[in-house]
Design a protein around this ligand. Structure first.
Ligand SMILES: [Zn+2]
Length: 440
């Protein structure tokens, strides 16, 4: 399909990988952005097609075009657990509230929970993500149906290669890898859960497999103070040093949280080119603290932005996360320049693309990249008087401005109607799950 998005204010990357906003004509052919032409600079002589030859023309008046947002750390299936374990300490939340619900969760529950999460992501402009789940088949199927771009992992817990449960979960990972090998949008990676749930021997085993099959690694590291203390007591090193020791950083790795880390940990992350997926809302909500993001940025660590699951956030709305990540470090460091709106936007677009290993394919509005794009309505109270579009994204928008979502050249949401999912059925099924396993 040929789509022309006409005379639209567009967030463009400049040479310093910051952003600029110019009015452009943007042409999409099938899954690719064919050309992005600034209207004030030159006449549209390079245009590959016009109003007449395009299959669809989108009028860009009072709209803003952005690369699709990338949620670098989430557990989409958890959406059915929203608001069911709030205001609890991390260990009580996880062990007393979440794990018992997950014990009762069926494949069907995970399927509908994932659909609810995907619906929320689309409505707030997310086109790509890195997910960890417990049920690869139903979660993968929901993602395929929704049409988003994702890297999915089965949470891997256990003791070592002699642990039958651990081997079964790894087998589920490898079967899913096989299933999606030819899929354009879904990739499978290894998901060692955390140092407290995935022991050293198992980390080694997973790292070897990740290397052998060229798979990325998605892991939680140093989320809570207790996790770091327990790891040091058990293994003599921090969770980050342990992950380096077991080989988890040998391939491309996304480490979620990294809240309680010291300078040595920062050096390990930088040296191994690990992407940190920072989740400021979840870290605050579970009382875990604030990650040293400004220090990470100084060390040139790739810092991407994630929401974590809806049981600990409680939303997958990346605009909410952007607002928090651009405010909290200013407050904590008493430094107003800390994590600017542009840096925050970079985290959830280009840094997210790099986390997914797709920095040359997605993450910016540029010729030749995949057409993962979102269009926002700027004729809203939250944008007016349109002094600075990028500041508005961070400090005054809420995600409801997202009108159109395009993934891989396919329109997934148009005029706020999600075209790939059945909203009423999703709401119905999620309320049913809640009544069965949460309210009881
Ligand atoms: Zn997580």
């Amino acid at each position: 399909m040929k789509i022309l998005i006409k005379e639209i204010m567009t967030v463009l990357p400049d040479q310093r990988k910051k952003f600029a906003v110019h009015e452009c004509n943007v042409y999409i052919e099938d899954d690719i952005i064919k050309s992005v032409i600034e209207t004030e600079k030159k006449k549209d002589t390079r245009a590959p097609f016009s109003d007449k030859t395009a299959d669809k023309v989108i009028n860009g008046k009072n709209k803003l075009l952005l690369p699709g947002l990338i949620n670098a750390h989430t557990h989409i299936y958890m959406n059915f657990m929203r608001c069911c374990g709030d205001d609890l300490a991390f260990n009580d939340w996880l062990f007393k509230r979440i794990y018992p619900i997950e014990d009762k969760m069926t494949d069907t529950d995970a399927y509908w929970g994932t659909q609810l999460g995907l619906l929320e992501m689309i409505e707030s402009g997310t086109t790509g993500f890195i997910d960890m789940n417990l049920n690869m088949d139903p979660c993968g199927e929901a993602i395929r149906k929704a049409g988003l771009r994702g890297i999915i992992s089965r949470g891997l817990v256990g003791e070592g290669p002699e642990d039958e449960g651990a081997i079964r979960r790894i087998k589920e990972t490898m079967e899913a890898r096989e299933k999606y090998l030819e899929n354009d949008l879904i990739e499978v990676c290894m998901g060692p859960h955390a140092s407290y749930s995935c022991e050293e021997k198992l980390q080694h085993y997973i790292a070897d497999l990740a290397m052998e099959y060229n798979m990325k690694v998605n892991v939680h590291l140093s989320e809570s103070r207790k996790e770091v203390e327990d790891c040091k007591n058990k293994y003599g090193v921090s969770p980050i040093a342990l992950a380096e020791r077991t080989g988890l950083f040998a391939n491309r790795t996304i480490a979620a949280h990294c809240v309680h880390i010291d300078d040595a940990d920062l050096d390990i992350l930088a040296k191994n080119k690990v992407t940190v997926a920072t989740n400021p809302v979840s870290n605050m909500k579970l009382g875990n603290g604030v990650a040293p993001v400004p220090k990470m940025l100084k060390k040139r660590i790739n810092v991407a932005l994630g929401t974590d699951g809806a049981a600990s956030n409680n939303t997958l709305n990346m605009f909410h996360e952007l607002s928090v990540v651009t405010l909290i470090h200013k407050g904590v460091n008493e430094e107003a320049q800390c994590v600017s709106a542009k840096e925050g936007l970079f985290m959830m677009t280009m840094a997210g693309a790099k986390a997914m290993g797709k920095e040359y394919e997605i993450g910016s509005v540029e010729d030749g990249k995949k057409a993962d794009l979102i269009i926002l309505n700027t004729d809203t109270a939250s944008f007016m008087p349109r002094n600075d579009y990028i500041s508005a994204l961070a400090y005054s928008c809420n995600g409801s401005e997202v009108e159109t979502v395009i993934v891989n050249g396919r329109i997934i949401m148009e005029n706020r109607e999600v075209l790939t999912l059945d909203k009423e059925r999703i709401f119905f099924e999620n309320e049913k799950i809640m009544n069965r396993i949460i309210k009881k």
